[in-house]
Design a protein around this ligand. Structure first.
Ligand code: FAD
Length: 389
């Protein structure tokens, strides 16, 4: 079968549906494909999303995909110092991503985009030396999708960018290994209105253990560690559960995945191929969250795809690379620097940093305000003077 569209989007996670919806709203013919038989399932995510994303990216706050409202975070140092950041407003939500992703695809379809589940991109179509579309398999049957613009929204394991000749190789150090249980937590105190983050070199090297509550006694309990660690993320998570007397006997779901935490793609566009989200490594390197970052990239990319198609000048696609790198890219680079300092800290220094940060503006720190971190840590010069990477 042969199909023709203005834009074909590979991947219906977060970036794909936002971008498809935006372009369909502008009147372009858009086809979004995903290899999953059911969009959103299985998921690989802690499901935490800041509340501001809903308004910013025009997503309805629909009870169907919101498990729980969250009012802040509690951060624990290796020795158990606790830094609590609590707001008197909803700060974020724990989603049900299986429904969220499907609903995002529904919004894209309602805006006019076509959506095909169980359709896997297997290569690119080239005509007279130019990329002309995507070769796919729909329910096992070959499918050729011709389009002016091809969008790689195919996640951390992206192949589309590579097929187009973009070097998206990530060294293991630039990736976190993540492992997560959705589980019932018994005999362990946690405030279900907050997310809980546990730091320590023996707890989660370079990363942290998280509890993202979905209920008063049910949560995503996960861990991210440096991908080049000789031990596995599962090992560290099991160890932490055991040390905290949390029985791993009521596990509802197991999630395993890689999270790019650095190595943002320099080249976000090659000819008529545009790369967004995890495929472009557009993830916050400090906490590993990538949903809001994928939405931001999709918003910028859809603006430039609209410009390029309306002015019939595909060179304009490069505006996406420039705009992303001038704003979001610089912000993520600053956050990466903070991460590079924090990953060198000993447990004693992590204790001192958590104590020092309790006086700092948490919202500024979360937004990657390097100066705010510096101000808080100036009392601990040995932390600031740590050698960088
Ligand atoms: P994805 O959501 O990965 O979507 C890519 C889609 O492309 C998938 O649906 C896939 O099936 C499809 N696809 C891939 N290849 C093909 C192909 N060849 N053909 C067709 N379809 C294809 N982020 C947060 O913000 N908050 C969190 O709490 C959080 N927790 C996380 C916990 C874990 C364990 C992990 C692994 C990640 C977590 N993240 C979190 C990161 C977040 O999940 C990603 O950053 C986000 O999903 C990126 O969106 P995306 O659209 O770029 O990619």
């Amino acid at each position: 079968m042969e199909l023709h569209y203005d834009v074909v989007v590979v991947g219906a996670g977060i970036a794909g549906p936002i971008l498809s919806r935006n372009l369909a709203k502008k009147g372009y013919s858009v086809l979004m494909i995903d290899k999953k038989a059911e969009i959103g399932t299985p998921k690989r995510c802690g499901e935490g999303l800041g509340i501001e994303a809903f308004k910013k990216y025009d997503i309805p706050l629909d009870r169907r995909f919101i498990n729980r409202e969250i009012y802040g975070a509690a951060i624990y140092s290796p020795s158990g110092y606790r830094l609590e950041i609590r707001y008197d407003r909803v700060a974020g939500v724990i989603l049900e991503r299986k429904i969220f992703d499907k609903m995002l695809a529904y919004y894209a379809a309602k805006a006019g985009a076509d959506v095909m589940a169980k359709t896997e991109a297997v290569g690119l179509i080239r005509k007279e030396g130019k990329i002309a579309g995507v070769k796919a398999k729909h329910e096992g049957e070959p499918l050729e999708i011709y389009a002016d613009v091809i969008v790689a929204a195919d996640g951390v394991e992206s192949r589309v960018a590579r097929w187009a000749g973009i070097n998206s190789f990530l060294p293991p150090h630039e990736i976190d290994s993540a492992y997560e249980y959705e589980m019932i937590i018994e005999n362990f105190e946690f405030d279900p209105d907050l997310i809980h983050l546990y730091f320590g070199n023996n707890i989660a090297p370079r990363g942290y253990v998280w509890i993202f509550p979905k209920d008063e006694d049910r949560a995503n309990v996960g861990i991210g560690i440096n991908g080049d660690n000789p031990k596995t993320a599962k090992y560290y998570l099991e160890k932490w559960l055991k040390e905290n007397n949390i029985k791993g006997t009521k596990i509802l779901e197991v999630n395993v995945g890689g999270v790019p935490v650095g190595g943002f793609l320099k080249e976000l566009v090659k000819d008529n191929v545009v790369v967004v989200g995890d495929a472009a490594r557009q993830v916050n390197p400090m906490h590993g969250g990538g949903m809001a970052e994928a939405m931001e990239a999709a918003t910028i990319a859809s603006k430039w795809i609209d410009k390029a198609l309306s002015e019939e000048n595909l060179e304009l696609l490069k505006g996406y690379t420039e705009e992303w790198w001038a704003g979001e890219g610089q912000k993520l680079l600053r956050i990466l620097k903070v991460r590079q300092i924090s990953e060198k800290l000993s447990d004693d220094e992590l204790d001192a940093a958590v104590q020092a940060l309790s006086g700092a503006d948490a919202e500024k720190i979360a937004a990657g305000d390097y100066k705010e971190v510096f101000k808080a840590l100036i009392k601990h010069p040995r932390i600031l003077l740590k050698p960088k990477m």
